[in-house]
Design a protein around this ligand. Structure first.
Ligand SMILES: [Zn+2]
Length: 101
């Protein structure tokens, strides 16, 4: 059993890691990719999913940190967006819930 407390700590760490990834991306993209990897490891350990707010910030295939306009492109469709990772060319369809947007 993974306690709530541990999950909370894990979530905090994920936020810190994505913050760092964002800051380092321009100069050291490889560090950003490492932060994403660490974040994913933490999530696996606590059996949690990636928080929704970071859905556009990493590639599900190559697990690189993604920054729209830099190494990722976004194409808006009617009910979804296509997020393309320029590093591995993987396009992910992300459904947008209108109620939350
Ligand atoms: Zn990729």
């Amino acid at each position: 059993m993974i306690s709530k407390k541990i999950k909370e700590i894990a979530k905090e760490r994920i936020e810190i890691l994505f913050d760092l990834a964002e800051k380092e991306f321009d100069e050291h993209p490889e560090r950003s990719n490492r932060y994403v990897r660490i974040a994913r490891k933490i999530l696996m350990k606590v059996q949690e999913k990636m928080p929704k707010k970071y859905v556009f910030n990493y590639c599900k295939k190559c697990h690189h940190y993604l920054k729209v306009g830099k190494n990722a492109t976004i194409r808006k469709k009617k009910n979804f967006v296509n997020l393309t990772c320029k590093d591995c060319n993987f396009t992910r369809k992300i459904y947008v819930n209108k109620k939350n947007n």
